[in-house]
Design a protein around this ligand. Structure first.
Ligand SMILES: [Zn+2]
Length: 407
């Protein structure tokens, strides 16, 4: 199971954060939790196929959480999807989608089946497939809001093939029966017990998606013993009053849920635009729970890195967490490239050993974008030269994240 945050902003997008959406990749299928504006673009950039979407789960009707759904459906239509799609959400999601498609005169090639949850419900299994199910519970927000838990069903234990053969099992059907927990009677009348051959069932992976809520017991129930809990942390402790007032959580609330639910990994997201540096939130969460991570858009989170690494490969550059020279916005990217190239020049002049040169060369990756770097830096140098005759235009320095307090 791989979790890919597609948008980690709250109500308004920023230059580097998109509206809420999280993709879950499992065995080639994609399950989308919330579908903020741009979710379909972020999927493309994350290297996730939109045609592979099986289910879309909507938590509530704050516009930032579902504004991308019509655009996504239109894309699926243009891609000539014929596989049916499931949309799960609060009551009204069917009406919203159908009205919009009617309004735009879109006659879908594929079928959408809706699962609507009404206010006042306590717990519901909204999806139930052979290998997994999804449980929904109400959260505590200013509007009716649902949290989800995606749970893989336990996988059958491993079959000890050597032992089975030694005991006289030869046919596939017999193996199947043993795997299903049934005992098999051989022709000579001996009975081979399933528990002799098949090991303990392996517990399935689980993921809880809890966003737009104050602290609430249902969040804990959804997250109980999960592999990954994605919890909103809109505010820091200093704005705890505002969090309660608007029906959101602080990072400490997220950590509290993680602690009570004994989740294996807490991932916080849904950051208020005021936090140009969300590490403040991470620090507060980590004070109370570990391991906790910041949700980083397009950076996959694995339940089993040894098997899953490389399956989902993003198509765009991701800013490194420790890259202080900037990332996100175009301008800051340019700046970071420039500083990189000047570093290289400095090294060349100073380095005495060929070893060092090699290291600096090997550190430059072969990706296309980076190959273009020298061109760009030359362009920058030219600008600098012009600057010597004419004072350069003042550009407000950018922090790694767009500073929204300035506007
Ligand atoms: Zn929200």
């Amino acid at each position: 199971m791989i979790i890919v945050p597609l948008g980690v902003a709250s109500a308004t997008p920023t230059a580097t954060r998109h509206l809420p959406s999280v993709a879950l990749w499992r065995e080639g299928d994609v399950h989308l939790f919330d579908c903020g504006e741009n979710a379909q673009m972020r999927m493309l950039q994350a290297g996730l196929k939109r045609s592979k979407i099986e289910n879309i789960f909507i938590t509530h009707f704050d516009v930032d959480h579902f504004s991308g759904i019509i655009g996504l459906l239109s894309t699926l239509q243009l891609q000539r999807r014929d596989k049916s799609l499931k949309i799960i959400g609060p009551k009204g999601v069917k009406e919203y989608v159908e009205w919009n498609l009617n309004f735009a005169n879109v006659d879908l090639n594929f079928e959408i089946s809706f699962v609507e949850v009404e206010e006042g419900f306590e717990e519901e299994r909204v999806v139930d497939e052979d290998e997994y199910y999804v449980e929904a519970r109400p959260l505590n927000h200013s509007t009716f809001c649902i949290g989800y838990r995606f749970q893989e069903k336990d996988k059958p234990g491993k079959v000890d093939a050597e032992k089975a053969e030694a005991m006289g099992i030869t046919e596939d059907a017999q193996y199947k029966a043993l795997k299903a927990g049934e005992d098999v009677e051989l022709e000579d009348g001996t009975i081979v017990k399933s528990y002799d051959i098949v090991g303990h069932p392996r517990p399935g992976d689980s993921f809880a998606y809890v966003t737009d809520t104050k602290y609430c017991p249902n969040a804990v129930k959804l997250a109980m013993n999960t592999n990954i809990l994605y919890h909103e942390a809109t505010f820091s402790e200093s704005l705890a009053d505002k969090a309660v007032e608007t029906g959101h959580s602080t990072s400490a609330d997220a950590a509290r849920v993680a602690n009570e639910a004994q989740t294996k990994l807490l991932v916080i997201g849904h950051f208020s635009a005021r936090y140009t540096n969300p590490f403040v939130l991470l620090r507060e969460a980590r004070d109370k729970f570990f391991p906790a991570w910041l949700a980083t858009e397009l950076r996959p989170i694995f339940t089993n890195p040894s098997q899953e690494k490389g399956i989902v490969q993003q198509k765009v550059y991701i800013k490194e967490a420790n890259d202080k020279s900037g990332g996100g916005g175009g301008k800051s990217k340019k700046r970071s490239r420039k500083s990189d190239s000047s570093k290289k020049r400095f090294r060349k002049r100073k380095s005495s050993s060929s070893d060092r040169k090699k290291r600096s060369r090997s550190s430059s990756s072969s990706s296309e974008r980076k190959r273009r770097r020298p061109e760009r830096s030359r362009k920058n140098d030219n600008n600098d030269n012009q600057g010597s005759s004419r004072p350069p235009k003042h550009i407000t320095p950018r922090t790694p994240f767009d500073n929204f307090d300035r506007f």
